[in-house]
Design a protein around this ligand. Sequence first.
Ligand code: ZN
Length: 68
Amino acid sequence: MPLYEYQCRQCQDRFELLQPMNVTTEEIAKLECPQCRAINPKKILSIFSGQTTNSMDSGRTDCATPVG
Ligand SMILES: [Zn+2]
């Protein structure tokens, strides 16, 4: 499960939570701030590791080709 970062609307505290990919806004609205117990935090970002380089190979052949 990905790690999401939230910010409390009450005390502006930031906290991270593991949430399923398909988490709904209704589920987020039920989350509690660990500091002041306020609910409905603001979703900031999912945590990604720094992706700065785009040196990916564009010549991949992942297609299942029948071997003759
Ligand atoms: Zn709070």
